[in-house]
Design a protein around this ligand. Sequence first.
Ligand SMILES: Cc1ncc(COP(=O)(O)O)c(C=O)c1O
Length: 455
Amino acid sequence: MPATTASPRSETPADHAPAAATADETLQDRARAAAREGVTHPAGAPDFGALLRQDPEIAGVLLGESARQSDGLQLIAAENFTSPAVLAALGSPLGNKYAEGYPGARHHGGCEIVDLAERIAVERAKALFGAEHANVQAHSGSSAVLAAYAALLRPGDTVLAMSLPHGGHLTHGSPANFSGRWFDFAGYGVDEETGLLDYDAIRELARARRPKAIVCGSISYPRHLDYAAFRDIADETGAYLIADVAHPMGLIAGGVAPSPVPYAHVVCGTTHKVLRGPRGGMLLCGAKLAERIDRAVFPFTQGGAQMNAVAAKAVAFAEAATPAFGAYVRQVVANARALAAALADQGLTITTGGTDTHLITADPTPLGLDARTARGRLAAAGIVLDTCALPCAQGAAARRTGLRLGTAAVTTQGMAEAEMTQVAGLIAAALREDGAARRETVALVHRFPPYPAHG
Ligand SMILES: Cc1ncc(COP(=O)(O)O)c(C=O)c1O
């Protein structure tokens, strides 16, 4: 599935941006002057009052969702509370701008300002992850994976990835997804007893199937991946290594999880989740693949970049480079470890016996509950999390389902280890259908508002 059109960089740009440094300085002068003058937002910035007057139906949805987020315990491993600064960029007039192409080589006029946003985002992403090249235009994690496949594979190619029942994402070969329809996926799994990846088994499978690419990454694996081992297997079998680190991207940025950048040919990720930026995707690679990756994103799989999201990604990358972000991700992991231990004390079985990351998978069957019933009881108490597949024997008659929890959102709210013990107690109480669980959950989360300035 190669990109067939000419490089967007080789086309005649519709407009020529002024030299970045000059334009950037002028814009920074403007921002400094606005700060001196007490300007709070640019023309066209979100005005909730206007929405309230014009469209109470949708304004009510916004208010309802905002209340739902602060009145419950948000333990969905893929979610977080992004900063007001990120939200400001996301809800800005940059969303009005069409910008097909790349900075300096756009198919639309008037891109000289948004070009700066993308250049800044790319430079910040490269510095944050130590990568030679970054593409920040992918609309989502799935779009990033699609672009990686488009850059490296042809339809029908064999690809190895974690099988879906063991924690692979839909884009890793699900028959319901383009990946399973267009490529020949072979799934590797985890050891059923330990829940850990068996790298010898992956090597054997790669030797037998000779894939064009090996994908490493998961929606529910709670342990660090051994990227060097994956690369070694890929090199031995002549495959590309694609790391889909949608989940641990923020942990990698903050230095508490190993980086795939030195090992993977292409790294795909999301900018939301632990990274705490806007909903979106990104790709990292070496200089050699840069052109192919860019063309696979635009024009092969996407149209115009969402420049408000690109600017919001830049804001998130700058936040992720601060010492405060490092402290946050360390706390995310400490909280996940504390929560896993406390849930085990409450009688749940924790897959792999714990976690290295923000993510925990737990089996509630020792408490006499299946995961769906458990999720329903937790939801009734205001505790929001996901179910997920649990590893089970190949060909087992019944698939096992467990609970998936993450600690990024509660950590952003300011919760620490003491609160994780309390959270485990609330989960156990909710699973027993203890009527006090809902009230106590609300009392806990109201001590930690996600947006304190707004109460
Ligand atoms: C490993 C992995 N890849 C890809 C994705 C897709 O991300 P998105 O929902 O932004 O398309 C996810 C989302 O959870 C994921 O966990």
